[in-house]
Structures are given as structure tokens and as C-alpha cells.
Design a protein around this ligand. Structure first.
Ligand code: ATP
Length: 363
């Protein structure tokens, strides 16, 4: 059977373990040898104990755990060809020519580059007498399937990334908890949520928690936002509401592209309305805790489909990302999605917000 390795790279997210589990079990079920690579690309470069064969029970009791049990890392070495050469040697040594990479667009870009270089990396290893001619022939092509793990839902090509739903659960729980104390003391709370370039978490959290106001990067606040904000808060209080909730995405900006921080928002509320106002920054709590049922199933389906894609792939198959399209797990071209995701980030950086939204919406 084929040699498949699974690894998690970049920021962790809830549901990655479900995906790892599905890759291992589907791989074994189909007669493959499945390996964990620990600590992302760093483990691939370092080799040794970082690459271990998985068995059916090594993924027992992990589906309910947040984060990733095989570790994740950011790895400078893999950005250099010398690092990728070491990684290639470690894969050949273990008989691995299929990779399931679970990460964000950076991790997927690295995987695609590695695949493009694979043949020349093997030539170099052969020239250095680090592999044999038989190995050069046997392991001549590398296949890749990507899964997107990210709480931000910031990847083009899939309706939901693994971890977003769980992060929303965490945010909603926190807001619900804040609402009860805010109600008692007639306070205004400003909640900062994650999402560097993508306001999905802030927007959905605001809609589902009846927040009064939300700041998201894709819809930069107009110059008169302080006036609009205060008018809205006052209107709510005047109609009998005892509290206000404002959601600020960490990537929130104004029309000049300058950041809008929770502190700034607080100052506006306090200076103009003299409301008792507090800030809660949710931070890494959003990444923590157990994955939701949705993320567990998403991870399972994506992981199983990734193995199926690798089973059917040969050297002429373009690398794919397994994505969710409506309620279907589908395969989409990896580099097209990465390109589109980068185009969105570029449009945001160029302050072309409508373009960014339409680019994101199309995929
Ligand atoms: P997140 O969205 O959580 O930041 P990510 O996968 O985008 O996840 P990155 O830090 O961009 O996170 O990438 C993770 C790792 O992937 C890097 O540390 C590096 O080892 C590898 N990588 C990223 N981009 C490249 C690249 N262009 N070439 C080679 N390797 C890369």
C-alpha cells in the first residue's frame, strides 16, 4: 500500500484531531501505511522520532480534543531549499510519497512548492549518494491533499474551514455570560474577537448574540462612526434596554485603513455617553476547548476524502484542497484557492474592500 503522512501546520484549530484521526483510519482501512509527522514542517525537516507510523489505536480518544495532538509549528528551515532537501530525504527513508497537510494558506503554499521541487530534490539526493537509484525511481512523485484548519474562515474555496464553528461556540458562550452581568449593572461591553483579515467571526457572533454594533475589516467604519455608534447605543437604552454589546474584530479598520481598537471604541462611549463600559478580549480562548459536532464531522469527512483523493492521484494529478461546498466534500485545485485567498488579502491591503468581498464571495 501507499505511504501516507499527515501533519498539522500553522495555527491550530479545533477539529484538526478529527481530521488526523480520519486520515489514519481511512488510510489503514485502505491498506496504506500511515505516518504522523509531529510539529509540522519542522518535524519533516528534523525527521527521527518526529515521523512515526500510526496505528488504529493511536488516534483513539482524540476526536473530542481541541488543538492538534501531533503538534504544530512554524518552520523557517522549510522556507529554504536546504530544509526541503532534508525533508525529502526523511520522507523517502520512510517510504512516504503522499502528504495530507492540514493548515492555512502558508502551509499549503509550502506543500505545493515542495511538490514542484520534488523531482529535483530527489536528483540532488541521488547525486549526494543519500538515496539509491531504486529509491529515486520508486518514490519519483509526491502527491498532496490539503485541508484547511483555521478558526477565521478566511480561505477561498471552502464554505467553512475546520475550527470556525467551534470558535463561534466559544465566542457565543462568552457573550452570553457577559450579557447576564452587563444586564445586572446596566453596562456596555466591548468584545474583541479574532479575525485578522476576515470579519466572519465578528459578524456571525454579532448576528447571533443580538449585538448592537459590530466593526469588521471588510466594511471599514465611516468617518462619523462615533456619532453613529452613540446614536445606536442611546436609542437602545432609550427603548428600555439595560445593556449594550459591541463586537470588534481584531482586524477592524476605518475608511483610511487605520485600525479601530476596543480602547478607541470604549473612549468614544465613555466620553460621549458616560456609560459604564468594559472591554473583554477573548484571545486564545477562541481557539481552545472541545470541537463542536460540526467541526468533528467536518474534520472526519475532509480527512477521509483527502485519503480517497490521494488513492486516486498519480504524478499528473494537480494537488487539491478538500473543501465544503454546501453540504458536499469536494476537491478543488489547491493553488487556485491559495491564489484567490492571497488576492483577497491584497485587495484588503490596497483598501479595495468591495473587491475583496466579491473575490471571497465568488469562491
Ligand atoms: P495560519 O493561517 O494559521 O497562519 P498558515 O499555514 O498560513 O496558517 P504560515 O505561518 O503562513 O501559517 O505557514 C506555516 C509554515 O508553512 C511556515 O512556518 C513554513 O514552514 C511553511 N511555509 C509557508 N509559506 C511557505 C513558502 N512560501 N515556502 C515554503 N514553506 C512555506
Amino acid at each position: 500500500g501507499k505511504g501516507i503522512a499527515v501533519f498539522t501546520s500553522g495555527g491550530d484549530s479545533q477539529g484538526m484531531n478529527a481530521a488526523v484521526r480520519a486520515v489514519v483510519r481511512m488510510g489503514i482501512y485502505l491498506g496504506c501505511k500511515v505516518y504522523f509527522i509531529r510539529e509540522g514542517y519542522q518535524g519533516m525537516v528534523d525527521g527521527g522520532d518526529n515521523i512515526v507510523e500510526a496505528n488504529w489505536s493511536s488516534v483513539s480518544c482524540i476526536i473530542h480534543k481541541g488543538g492538534t495532538i501531533i503538534g504544530s509549528a512554524r518552520c523557517k528551515d522549510f522556507r529554504e531549499r536546504a530544509g526541503r532537501l532534508k525533508a525529502a530525504k526523511n520522507l523517502v527513508d520512510n517510504g512516504i510519497t503522499n502528504l495530507v497537510v492540514i493548515g492555512g494558506d502558508g502551509s499549503l503554499t509550502g506543500a505545493d512548492l515542495f511538490r514542484q521541487e520534488w523531482s529535483s530534490l530527489l536528483d540532488e539526493l541521488l547525486k549526494n549518494n543519500q538515496i539509491t537509484t531504486e529509491q529515486r525511481e520508486k518514490y519519483k512523485s509526491l502527491q498532496i491533499a490539503g485541508l484547511v484548519g483555521s478558526i477565521d474562515n478566511d480561505f477561498c474555496g471552502t464554505d467553512m474551514t475546520i475550527g470556525t464553528d467551534s470558535a463561534l461556540h466559544r465566542i457565543i458562550e462568552a457573550i452570553d455570560a457577559i450579557v447576564s452581568t452587563a444586564y445586572s449593572h446596566q453596562r456596555t461591553f466591548i468584545m474583541e474577537v479574532m479575525g485578522r483579515h476576515c470579519g466572519y467571526l465578528a459578524l456571525v457572533a454579532a448576528l447571533t448574540s443580538e449585538a448592537d454594533f459590530a466593526f469588521v475589516p471588510e466594511s471599514p467604519a465611516p468617518e462619523n462612526w462615533p456619532k453613529k455608534l452613540c446614536a445606536k447605543l442611546e436609542q437602545e437604552r432609550n427603548s428600555g434596554q439595560r445593556l449594550n454589546i459591541i463586537i470588534v474584530s481584531e482586524g477592524a479598520i476605518d475608511r483610511n485603513g487605520d485600525p479601530i481598537t476596543a480602547e478607541q471604541v470604549k473612549k468614544v462611549v465613555v466620553d460621549n455617553l458616560h456609560q459604564d463600559t468594559r472591554i473583554t478580549v477573548l484571545g486564545h480562548v477562541q481557539r481552545g476547548g472541545n470541537p463542536s459536532a460540526f467541526d468533528r464531522i467536518l474534520g472526519c469527512r475532509m480527512g477521509a476524502e483527502a485519503v480517497m483523493a490521494l488513492m486516486e492521484a498519480d504524478e499528473n494529478t494537480e494537488p487539491c484542497v478538500i473543501s465544503l461546498d454546501g453540504n458536499q466534500a469536494v476537491r478543488v485545485p489547491l493553488m487556485e484557492c491559495v491564489k484567490q485567498t492571497k488576492a483577497v488579502a491584497q485587495a484588503m491591503a490596497d483598501k479595495q474592500w468591495e473587491k475583496a468581498v466579491s473575490l471571497r464571495g465568488k469562491s
